[in-house]
Design a protein around this ligand. Sequence first.
Ligand code: COA
Length: 352
Amino acid sequence: MFNSKIAGIGHYVPERVVTNDELSQYMDTSDEWIKERTGIEERRFAEKHEETSSTMGAKAARIAIERAGITPQDVDFIIFATLSADYYFPGGGVLMQRELGITDQEVGALDIRNQCSGFLYGLSVADQFVKTGMYKNVLLVGAEMHSMGLDFSTKGRGVSVIFGDGAGAVVLQPTEDNTQGVLTTKLHSNGTHAEELAMINPGSHGGYHLGKEKFGYPEDPTFKSIFVTQKMIDDDLIYPNMTGQLVFKTAVVKFPEVIKEALDSCGLQSSDIDMLVPHQANLRIAQFVQKRLGLSDDQVFNNIQKYGNTTAASVPIALCEAWESGKVKEGDLVCLAAFGSGFTWGSALIRW
Ligand code: COA
């Protein structure tokens, strides 16, 4: 058995900076409200019709691949995590493969849809493949293009001010040094509150979970396409919804819990963590987790102020910036953790 190590890391964020003040031109919100509740000062929005989650993923991937000292042709497995895929199907993995110009290799591409914890789930899957020696260069990407699917009217302000676009990527390779690389990953889920942080439509539910009337399903849907109904469009039921306080309350419990689980399984303590890179959901959540674990400011990396919540991309973007700025160094114990829609959550410990 090998350990898997992050051999290369990269990230990409679109050029367009969208400030809180700009958002307040489209909806009833303010820089003060957003900063106070979330810590977010600005986010990036991709160029509509020109960029997608898979093209942004490819840009981040190229950097990670180069830094790993390989070429795109050397990638032997692709894992792509997003909730904002270019198409409903197929997933973004094959589109990114095409964008990278490596279709000739015909390597496997796995799509992960675990939202904010997508990168952690992907890391765990990649780790298992690398550990067993099955693959030698796994490309793992988290990418999101939220700006295409948010409600920028006042009705959607509780959700739309939080999210931003971007992508992060890593290449995982085997190492025979079993003190290095990914030491453990822990994954969890609980579907009880699936709809409390969700984009329900379009979908194949047909009203099963929440009632046919709510979504405007016809009485006799035989041979009629009911994937999207007019009522969904008219009533703005095609946007993500979130019960913010429930998400907040659950996140501040699950983050420390899953981090401690990882530490315990390796015989480590929170004081051993050199850098915690939490999913950038909300600065207040990260600060709460930091306090709960007794970590100092220089043991936690946050960049939500600049990018908002980029969901599956947030952990690799933050990890990449932490590494680029010298805050993650060889030999450091790095802890990654995420919580989000599902609810799903997870953690990882990496000896850098
Ligand atoms: N600007 C101004 N006012 C806003 C607003 C915005 N962008 N969004 C909501 N409000 C208003 C609400 O309408 C409400 O007004 P009311 O009291 O007149 O009804 C008021 O602010 C309080 O809303 P509430 O939803 O209770 O605020 P909150 O303190 O819970 O903060 C979140 C909202 C979303 C910032 C917070 O719940 C949160 O961060 N939750 C976790 C979200 C998260 O991390 N999601 C990603 C998970 S991966």
